[in-house]
Design a protein around this ligand. Sequence first.
Ligand code: C5P
Length: 218
Amino acid sequence: MIKRKNIIKIAIDSPAAAGAGTQAKLISKHYNLLQLDTGRAYRYIANIKITEPKKFNYKYLRKKIDKLKTKDLQNKKLLSDKVATIASLIAKDRKIRKLVHTFQLKCAYNPPKKYDGSCLDGRDICSVIVPDADIKFFITANLKTRAMRRYKELKAKNNKISYHEVLKSIKKRDKSDVNRKISPLKKTNDSILINTSNLSIRRCFLKIKKIIDRKINI
Ligand code: C5P
C-alpha cells in the first residue's frame, strides 16, 4: 500500500448519532483533510443486500468495493434507519470488514494530493484502521440525546418514524457494535474523550480545534 509521508491523520470513533460525522466534516474542512465517514461503506453494502439480494455474495461485493468512489457514498438512501440496522448486522462479518478495510486504508494513508491528510470516523478507526493516527478522539453523548438528534434528522428528511423506534434501534445497534467479536466499538487508551451531550456543534468544534492546534503546533 502506498503511504503518503508528512500528512495529518485524525481518527474518530463513536457510537451512533453522537455527532462525530458533523465534527469530522468541520475538522476536515478546517484542516483541508479528506473526510471519510466509514459507516457509509457498511451502509453501501447493506443497501446492496436490500436492493440486489440475489447478487449479494463476496465476489460481487469485492467488485463493487474496488470501484467504490467517495461520491457513491453520498446516496441519500444510505441514511435510512433500515439501512443502518442491516449495516450493523453485516459489519459483524469478518470477510465484509476486510473488503471495506482496503478502501478505508487507501483513504487514510493515501488521500489525493490536494489534501493535507485524512480524517476518518467510525467504530474501529483508532483501534484497527489508523492505529498510528496523529490525534484520536472518542466522541460520545448519552443515549437519549443521541436518539433525539437522530430522530430530528430523520424527521427532517420526512422519514415516518417515532422517537421510540429510533431509541430502540440505536440501543440495539449500540449493543451489537460494542459486543461483537471482531473490531468492537471501544475507546482506546490513547484517544481523547469528547462528550457532546451538552455541547453545541460550534462549542464542540472549538474544543476539538484547540486540541488539534496544540498537537500540530499551529
Ligand atoms: O456510523 P454509521 O451509523 O453510519 O454506521 C453504520 C454501522 O456500520 C454501525 O452501526 C456499525 O455496525 C458499522 N460500522 C463499523 N465500523 C465502522 C463504521 C461503521 O462496524 N468503522
